[in-house]
Design a protein around this ligand. Structure first.
Ligand code: C5P
Length: 238
């Protein structure tokens, strides 16, 4: 049970320096399913550092590409040389951009690569008012579900969404279409700057495939103990 929970736990290495990220990766080796490298660490440490981290766990390269199809294609082809476990793009880049990205990732897998492609539906930092100011009259959750269906049509392998939306996405797009969910907080812990948090067991019950956890692990006095406590909470879902 612990190993299947472990595979579903993704730790966000939102750390400003490569040395800190490396120390955390060493500490968590064998205890988590994936390490997430976002824009901060990628800009600080670059692609060569991602290779160093891959020794410790598979990598989710969370660079959220959003550009015209040809530019996204070129950028993806470069990062796919690292063969990360997951990469992502913004669904709002449009159907042609998503189809182009999905084709690049399919070609990579046909050549023996492992990477799967996720689409970011709607940033959780965008609430109804912010969407209205952008010209959309949708509720964020409705727009997220619409984007998830479109991402599936366009050949993406899953989405990044709130754990609150994971069930609706699974029902609409099927079990095999992944739901990766940030905004996870262990029971009894502060939400920090996350607005709509879900605890680990509830996120899995809601239909999340992978849980992304950052600061509750990376800023804990004992990151290994915090990881084990989260894995135990995850197991309660089953
Ligand atoms: O520290 P914390 O657990 O809040 O980290 C969550 C991670 O998930 C961060 O890397 C954050 O950028 C990312 N994320 C998020 N909400 C989204 C998309 C990504 O919190 N909608």
């Amino acid at each position: 049970m612990q190993s299947s929970m472990r595979e579903r736990l993704v730790v966000a290495l939102d750390l400003p320096a490569a040395a800190d990220a490396l120390a955390m990766a060493r500490l968590l080796e064998g205890k988590v399913g994936m390490l997430k490298v976002g824009l901060e660490l990628f800009c600080a440490a670059g692609p060569a550092f991602v290779k160093e981290l891959q020794v410790f766990a598979p990598i989710f390269l969370d660079l959220k590409f959003h550009d015209i199809p040809n530019t996204v294609k070129g950028a993806l082809q470069v990062v796919l040389r690292l063969d990360p476990r997951l990469v992502n793009i913004h669904a709002s880049g449009g159907p042609l951009m998503m189809e182009t990205a999905a084709e690049v990732v399919r070609v990579h897998r046909a050549a023996g690569g492992q990477t799967e492609l996720l689409a970011v539906t709607v940033l959780t930092s965008l609430d109804r008012e912010a969407l209205a100011r952008l010209g959309s009259l949708d509720e964020p959750a409705d727009l997220a579900l619409h984007m998830a269906k479109l991402a599936k049509e366009c050949g993406c392998d899953g989405v990044v969404c709130s754990a609150r939306e994971a069930g609706a996405v699974r029902d609409a797009c099927g079990e095999a279409f992944h739901r990766l969910t940030p905004g996870i907080r262990p029971r009894g812990e502060a939400a920090m700057d996350q607005a709509r948090v879900v605890d680990p067991a509830q996120a899995l019950r809601n239909g999340a495939t992978w849980l992304v956890v950052g600061r509750p692990i990376t800023q804990a006095p004992d990151p290994v103990a915090a990881t084990l406590a989260i894995l135990n909470q995850m197991a309660e879902a089953f």
